[in-house]
Design a protein around this ligand. Structure first.
Ligand code: 5GP
Length: 197
């Protein structure tokens, strides 16, 4: 008999490290459920409510905090982001693996509640490369770019709180590494409650 609960996979790391790109690519090739977060940030061009995020107001977000509806939530730069608790629980109980793509504050909060989850830190190849990526994606102004870079320096120091680090120099390689991590985690003795003779 095996333990049927799914694995909760946390992808975290500094803004610009490529978590989003890796996550999208991983979802195409892996049988894992993505947890759509709620945010108070405004949708960017091309983003759709209920696909990238649930775009809600600050008031709605605060109400959800009161209702204890989030597994974790954090203020990231000027907006709130939160992981819907019920959805994640339902996915895991159904036996499916679930992926969260969240910032390092959020990952730390989940750790207090879900010690069995798998924590993967996505790191940029270098700080210069991180700067190039944030600048080139063109979604932030200079002030915001500098805010993210300062924050990233601190976030890099939180790497030791994770189970694995994946350096994102090439998306395909990073995805393969995460798939390998998932396979290895599924083979852990603790996750397989076998009958012993
Ligand atoms: P963006 O606004 O660029 O989509 O995301 C900004 C940051 O918020 C990223 O680092 C992203 O991983 C993080 N983020 C997205 N959803 C959540 C969430 O539910 N909780 C937390 N703590 N961070 C999140």
């Amino acid at each position: 008999m095996t333990n049927k609960e799914g694995i909760l996979l946390i992808l975290s790391g500094p803004s610009g490290a490529g978590k989003g790109t890796i996550c999208k690519s991983l979802l195409k090739e892996t049988d894992i459920q993505y947890s759509i977060s709620a945010t108070t940030r405004k949708p960017r061009p091309g983003e759709k409510d209920g696909r990238e995020y649930f775009f809600i107001t600050k008031e709605e977000f605060e109400k959800k905090i009161q209702e204890d509806a989030f597994l974790e939530w954090a203020q990231v730069y000027d907006n709130y982001y939160g992981t819907p608790k019920k959805f994640v629980e339902e996915v895991l109980v159904s036996g499916k693996d679930c992926i969260l793509e969240i910032d390092p504050q959020g990952a730390q909060k989940v750790k207090g509640k879900k010690p069995d989850a798998v924590y993967v830190f996505i790191a940029p190849p270098s700080m210069q490369e991180l700067k190039n990526r944030i600048t080139n994606r063109g979604t932030e102004n200079t002030l915001e770019i500098n805010k993210r870079l300062n924050c990233a320096k601190e976030e890099m120091l939180s790497m030791h709180n994770y189970d694995y680090v994946v350096i994102n120099d090439k998306v395909e390689t990073a995805v393969k590494k995460i798939q390998a991590i998932l396979i290895a985690e599924k083979c852990r003795i603790q996750r397989n409650k076998l009958y012993c003779i």
